[in-house]
Design a protein around this ligand. Structure first.
Ligand code: 13P
Length: 251
């Protein structure tokens, strides 16, 4: 059975002490969660070592928000997968729409990053999602299918055991406009169909697909009740431990 995951993408928020305090609060409150729900936090790079320390002994996983597309060397400002592992990460988010939109992240780069992350032993949370124009033009299925294939069809069924997909419609991120449970479900089901066409029904069935975009305690229950929605990638609401935990309790 596939895992249910609630991951908090802190984006470029909190100082190191604030992040450590938030992580400690999440770790303390995560004790009451059902065993089948995995919690993950994704702080900024600068926080990873300290947050890893704060999470020690808890069941909360640690994710980076990105990684370099090169192994090591003269790439000023980049952070390599081995560095993330040595800092205590077990996940990295890749292909977030903010990286695609503001930092020129392409599907080709994401293939390289995913390869490096998997070979270093990191699990990958790969983000896909259409923007508002694409949704209004009725192209949302096509866009999400295209992004999914462009990256994941370079990998094997074995690799898929360490890949989680996050569907994040760009128009729902940080806008307070959540996709309806039906809108999210039909895309999730479509992603699963795409996975089945390449890797077979079992892999498709075992892959965790998260929803992200203005997910909060008040709407998580309805979203997570959908058959193909296996949890959430949470932005704003993950910066408050109580809201983040309330979302995880929505299963
Ligand atoms: P919000 O939850 O703030 O809309 O952000 C979603 C997101 O981008 C998570 O990666």
């Amino acid at each position: 059975m596939r895992k249910q995951i609630v991951a908090g993408n802190w984006k470029m928020n909190t100082t190191v002490p604030e992040g450590v305090a938030l992580a400690k609060e999440v770790a303390a409150k995560a004790k009451n969660l059902p065993a089948n729900v995995e919690l993950v936090v994704a702080p900024p790079f600068t926080h990873l070592c300290s947050v890893a320390e704060a999470l020690k002994g808890s069941c909360v996983g640690l994710s980076a928000q990105n990684c370099a597309d090169k192994e090591k060397g003269a790439y000023t400002g980049e952070v390599a997968v081995d560095m993330l592992v040595s800092a205590g990460c077990n996940y990295t988010i890749l292909g977030h729409s903010e990286r695609r939109q503001y930092y020129g992240e392409t599907d080709e780069k994401l293939v390289e990053k995913t390869k490096l992350a998997l070979s270093a032993g990191l699990k990958v949370i790969l983000c896909v999602g259409e923007n508002l124009d694409e949704r209004e033009a009725g192209k949302h299925f096509e866009i999400v299918e295209g992004q999914t294939k462009a990256v994941l069809f370079n990998f094997t069924a074995e690799d898929m055991k360490n890949i989680v997909i996050a569907y994040e419609p760009v128009w729902a991120i940080g806008t307070g406009k959540t996709a309806t449970a039906e809108q999210a479900e039909e895309i999730h089901a479509c992603i699963r169909k795409v996975l089945a066409s390449k890797f077979g029904a079992q892999v498709a069935d075992d892959t965790t697909i998260l929803y992200g975009g203005s997910c909060k305690p008040s709407n998580a229950k309805e979203l997570f009740a959908q058959p193909d929605i296996d949890g959430g990638l949470i932005g704003g609401a993950s910066l408050k431990a109580d809201d983040f935990i309330a979302i995880a309790l929505a299963f």
